[in-house]
Write a protein that binds this ligand. Structure first.
Ligand code: NAD
Length: 249
């Protein structure tokens, strides 16, 4: 693929940037000219991602060790990113966790932990991003939800609730933020090959693959491409949408 500097001069904040989809988004956005802030609770991974980012457009990058579910961390990190690489106009909320369990065995903590990171984390990050935003340039927020937020999935009452919440919250944010010149969209990945899905048992993977019309898992870069489209001016009249990237699942 050729890189055309579609995000040249932009500052993008990516949560979950140490691994999987978030890391792929950081790399693609940097290749497209953005200065990238890699946010993650995995400090070593964030540092590694940051060190691997291209800067052929003269862009600068930074990483922040933080927890998206901590209000204090989120408030502090939005300020520190601004100090290091400038005011951001792009936010991708990719940090996420699973704590799978059948409903009857799921603990309150398993439920709360997933909601705290996947749903509240995206809320906190977006709120602070918006508070710091000045409407000199258009803004774009991309929330990584999941197709199971629409379909449900056995063993994931907590995760599907969090992702359905992200889809609804994205729509509300798009309504509130349109007048501030900020677009807000969700990407709904299907079954993507990352450390998150590497933990899924082999027999479950085989079953899921049979249900995917394209008969394969997606690559993190295929989700990053959708994020790039939604973050860039190519999608300048798209807000409040939930873009499925699932191989037809
Ligand atoms: P991953 O486990 O490879 O990456 C998730 C990243 O989030 C990790 O780097 C992790 O350290 C970080 N993270 C977790 N909790 C955090 C916290 N509290 N604060 C800061 N960082 C935190 O997983 P992935 O597959 O790349 O998932 C990325 C996003 O895509 C998640 O929101 C996930 O729910 C979503 N998603 C993934 C798939 C898939 O098939 N892999 C499908 C649908 C949606």
């Amino acid at each position: 693929m050729s890189f055309t500097g579609r995000l040249a001069g932009k500052v993008a904040v990516i949560t979950g940037g140490s691994s999987g989809i978030g890391r792929a988004v950081c790399r693609l956005f940097a290749q497209e000219g953005a200065s990238v802030a890699v946010l993650d609770r995995d400090k070593i991974g964030a540092k590694e991602t940051c060190a691997s980012l291209s800067n052929h457009h003269g862009n600068r990058h930074c990483f922040v060790h933080m927890d998206v579910s901590s209000e204090d961390d989120v408030v502090a990190c939005v300020k520190s990113v601004e100090g290091e690489i400038g005011k951001s106009t792009i936010l991708v909320n990719a940090a996420g966790i699973t704590r799978d369990q059948f409903l009857s065995k799921m603990s309150g903590k398993q439920f709360d932990d997933v909601i705290a990171v996947n749903l509240k984390g995206s809320f906190l990050m977006t709120r602070e991003f918006v508070r710091a935003f000045t409407a000199e340039e258009p803004g774009s927020i991309v929330n990584i939800a999941s197709i199971v937020g629409k379909t449900g999935n056995i063993g994931q009452a907590n995760y599907t609730a969090s992702k359905a919440g992200v889809i609804g919250m994205t729509k509300t944010m798009s309504l509130e933020l349109a007048r501030k010149n900020i677009r807000c969209n969700a990407v709904l990945p299907g079954f993507i090959k990352t450390p998150m899905t590497d933990a899924v048992p082999e027999e479950v993977i085989k079953k899921v693959l049979k249900a995917i019309p394209m008969q394969r898992q997606g690559h993190p870069g295929e989700i990053a491409n959708a994020c790039l489209f939604l973050a860039s001016e190519e999608s300048s009249y798209i807000t409040g949408t939930a873009l499925e990237v699932t191989g037809g699942l």
